[in-house]
Design a binder for this molecule. Sequence first.
Ligand code: GFB
Length: 318
Amino acid sequence: MTAPVLYSLAGKRVFVAGHRGMVGSALMRRLAGERCELITVPRGDVDLRRQDAVERWMAANRPQAVFLAAATVGGIYINDARPGDFLYDNLAIETNVIEAARQVGVEKLMFLGSSCIYPRAARQPMPESELLTGPLEPTNQWYALAKIAGIMLCRAYRRQHGCDYISAMPTNLYGPGDNFDLEASHVIPALIAKAHRAKDRGGEIPVWGTGSPLREFMHVDDLADAVVFLMKNYSGEEHVNVGTGQEVSIRALAETVARIVGVERPLRFDPAKPDGMPRKLLDTGRLRELGWQPRIGLEEGLRATYAWYLEHVARHAA
Ligand code: GFB
């Protein structure tokens, strides 16, 4: 059964914060079909970490709905290497945008978090109720803490100010527009870039950690569809998990990526690099009950992402 439409985006002024990022640009593509007026601001004009600048821009532009997809993000290595940036930038961006939205009377706001908000030893698959039930995974605790604060700020503003601000927690994402820089990236773009390099130049395909961690991956176009669905059909204090329900080991993922890239070179695991969470599978029962399901399978999504990489990254590097 599909939940009733609670909020219509039609004819609304909709601000996508972080519209150049992988998630923000997927939202821009998805929202193009919604008959709403999309507004964005280049990073060079307004640094979302600066409270004055954000408040001035929001007062001048007065959006009615906001998708808060702006964030400092990255994979397991960069999260751990730049804890100050991951904590400060994300706290600043979310507090500035959420408070400025309240000041100008934004009707509805969607805050985007991450599945790393859950404790390292959380029950699997992880329901929304696992939040704050135990210690965080050390490699991403700074980012996770900032995202937990964002969820809580939305909840607090609902209670104190009656703001219809909601939160969605996506699983690990990938897709067009991802960051393929090997130090900063997540595992899928890293493996695509490494497999492509091995195809070009030979050698092994280096894989961080033991290969045994399990991860759930979602194509960013599915995420964008789920988030727009929730914006229209969900209102409540509790955040909502967004995932596929399918998990894969990092070893199996690396093998799949190598097959899609078309390279037959050995994988070389590096156990000196961190594994991070042993398992990170979301319980997506709530989202499914509301009536939403993913459409893009991992194999199909990886093929599309490799095609995007060839067109937009490898071609320019050649
Ligand atoms: O994608 P990833 O960095 O995110 O790593 P997390 C997932 C798994 O892939 C880890 C392994 O076990 C990595 O050790 N891996 C293997 C690699 N090879 C590579 C590689 O070349 N690059 C990378 N990056 N990983 C992030 C959090 O954790 O998840 C963020 O740090 C965020 O805060 C994101 O929440 C969704 O799932 O470990």
